[in-house]
Design a protein around this ligand. Structure first.
Ligand code: ZN
Ligand code: ZN
Length: 636
């Protein structure tokens, strides 16, 4: 354990100590450290409340102050059973003891009157744990299985110092206000409707503005970098994914194939069972198997999957990946080395089957639109193309004020055999990824064993304004799919050569990226991304006509603005604009109407005084054109 994990895990022992003082009947399961703290799972008839947590926390303080040493005791398996029974903890702890393999040491740790089956390690004295807090209670099934009893999981956190704890608690508090699910609802950015389906995002008009602005921005950068835009359908034949290898090997994470009515009627007439239907969907013709195996040079499709043609059942898949479609666009034309690289970009929508428990707002969904592109290049061009991908990411993230990010280079594990392709290709691709990451000028780590099975990859992890890390998208080098689809270009020697593919979706998906952006900005989007950029607030009916005039000027200038025609007091109108996080509110009184001026309130900077209408419009237009970030809000 790291020193921090040791501290947090010790805190979970202290939690158990305090808990048993208050609830001697509690049955303990396990109490490990986590990335952000610790928890202990307990079985207790009494349902714990927030007040109970306070009581337990107060008792924990006492245990810490008692300065109890953590003492290790190694015992035999029989002794361990005795200790567990003598403490009345056999319900879960005997099972946990049975998990320890024969021959491995069995140890208990004691602090004060409490003793727990544990391999360690811990801090030396309980007084070391002084900056901690219990946070929440949640239900958790024993061993994570719904078949088992649901226990109460008590979450807490601990830090080496009180200041670090306070900073973390502040971050948690901030995160609550920034939660994209809450803001998405308040600002009407997106909805998820049970009748449409879980994990399927409906982009409302406000959210669609943000997505469209982002897509326009990314597309502009892609054009500058020589990408070509393509569009492809949401489905593709099953056979396509049998060639690529996406089916049937990843079918747990895909939607079930769509079978044509005629084929379905035919197999029903034949009396085909459901199990047989699955086998037929997975099966391939001997022709296809021979083709793929010849290309890859191994038995990629095994003989047991081959069926006679009249037993094959074809269907369509909701596409889990855009690559095969883009490959087919590439291979529809002959290519010379002079045409390369070919860069095909699409905001391509894909569908993946996620367990319902895994779904989360916009960040874990079942249908999403990747900022996808596939680059087909020569081996010599890989390094240069990777650099292009990275520079694009840099431009976009910097524009969004996310300049704090790091890069992870996923390499193959030299001891594993799960990776396909020749070693020299891997060496070249890994060197290219490493070099590209170096030139980026940001921190990067190399992680052996984290490569995709067909090639190394570069992942982006951004840190948002409150210090949380978000994994965005990825850039991958691929030698595998060009072989499976037999892609070629003719080289300077007039001979056919194999191109290398680069898959890249640096922002992951529009859903995930927008979710992250909502939290990053806390709903306070810069002007260019704001669904509504300017709100006009007339002081009274008398200036309504002037308001309409200003509105049409703003609209003609391409600014997204509305006029508040409600019959409320001025204060209420301004407040409404505040709640809706509109970047500019223009107050229109008699004096403003007379002088063709507007009184400007910036959400970020407060009162900005009165300026002429044309002057204001020019300023906003410039802000939008330059995609300026709103300056930080003054403290209220
Ligand atoms: Zn322990
Ligand atoms: Zn791809």
């Amino acid at each position: 354990m790291t020193p921090l994990e040791e501290l947090r895990h010790s805190a979970s022992h202290i939690l158990a100590t305090a808990l048993l003082r208050i609830y001697p009947d509690a049955k303990l399961d396990i109490g490990p450290p986590t990335d952000t703290g610790f928890y202990y799972d307990v079985d207790l008839d009494h349902k714990l409340t927030a007040e109970d947590l306070q009581k337990i926390e107060a008792e924990m303080k006492k245990v810490a102050e008692e300065n109890q040493p953590f003492l290790r005791k190694e015992v035999s398996r029989e002794e361990a059973v005795e200790i567990i029974k003598s403490r009345g903890q056999e319900r879960y702890k005997l099972g946990r003891l049975a998990d320890i393999p024969e021959g491995e040491k069995i140890s208990f740790y004691q602090n004060g009157e409490f003793m727990d089956l544990c391999a360690g390690t811990h801090v030396r004295y309980s007084s070391k744990v002084k900056a901690f807090k219990l946070l929440s209670i949640a239900g958790a099934y024993h061993r994570g299985s719904e078949k088992n009893k649901q226990l109460q999981r008590i979450y807490g956190t601990a830090f080496p110092t009180k200041d670090e704890l306070a900073a973390y608690l502040e971050q948690v508090e901030q995160a609550k206000h920034r939660d994209h699910r809450k803001l998405g609802k308040d600002l009407r950015l997106f909805v998820i409707d049970e009748d449409v389906g879980q994990g399927l995002i409906l982009w409302t008009p406000n959210g669609s503005v943000i997505r469209q602005e982002l897509q326009t921005f990314i597309s502009e950068e892609l054009r500058k970098q020589g990408y070509s835009q393509v569009f492809t359908p949401h489905i593709g034949k099953l056979e396509l994914y049998k060639i690529s290898g996406h089916f049937p090997y990843y079918k747990e994470s895909q939607f079930t194939p769509v079978v044509e009515n005629e084929s379905l009627a035919r197999i029903l007439r034949e009396g085909c069972s459901c199990a047989e239907m699955v086998v037929r969907l997975d099966a391939v013709s001997s022709h296809l198997a021979a083709q793929v195996n010849a290309r890859t040079g191994t038995e990629t499709i095994t003989a047991d999957r081959v069926k006679p043609d009249d037993q094959l059942l074809d269907g369509f898949m909701l596409k889990p990946m855009n690559c095969p479609h883009h490959i087919k666009i590439f291979s529809s034309q002959p290519h010379s080395y002079r045409d390369l690289p070919v860069r095909l970009a699409e905001f391509g929508t894909v569908y993946r089957w996620e367990q319902s428990g895994e779904l989360n707002g916009m960040t874990r969904v079942r249908g999403f639109t990747q900022d996808d592109a596939h680059l087909f290049c020569t081996e010599d061009q890989v390094a240069q193309e990777l650099l292009g991908c990275l520079s694009l990411v840099k431009i976009v993230l910097n524009t969004l004020g996310m300049s704090d990010y790091r890069v992870r280079v996923g390499l193959r594990d030299p001891d594993s055999n799960k990776y396909t392709g020749a070693k020299e290709n891997w060496d070249k691709a890994e060197a290219a990824c490493r070099e590209a990451a170096k030139t980026l000028g940001v921190a990067f780590t190399e992680e052996p064993g984290e490569a995709a099975f067909y090639g190394p990859k570069i992942d982006f992890v951004v840190r948002d304004v409150i210090g949380r890390e978000w994994q965005l998208g990825t850039v991958q080098v691929d030698y595998n799919l060009p072989i499976r689809f037999d892609l070629t270009y003719s080289g300077a020697d007039n001979q056919p050569h194999r191109p290398v593919m680069i898959h890249r979706a640096p922002f992951g998906s529009m859903e995930r990226f927008c979710g992250v952006l909502i939290e990053h900005f806390g709903g306070d989007f810069p002007v260019w991304l704001s669904p509504e950029q300017v709100r006009l607030v007339p002081i009274s009916e008398k200036t309504l006509e002037y308001g309409r005039e200003v509105l049409s000027l703003l609209k003609a200038a391409g600014v997204r603005a509305t006029l508040d025609e409600h019959n409320d007091k001025l204060g209420a109108k301004i407040r409404r604009s505040e709640i809706e996080k509109i970047p500019y509110t223009l107050v229109l009184g008699g004096k403003e109407a007379e002088t063709r001026a507007v009184s400007v309130r910036s959400r970020a900077r407060g009162d900005e005084g009165t300026v002429g209408v044309e002057q204001f419009i020019a300023k906003v237009q410039e802000e939008i054109r330059l995609r300026t970030l709103s300056e930080k809000k003054k403290p209220a």
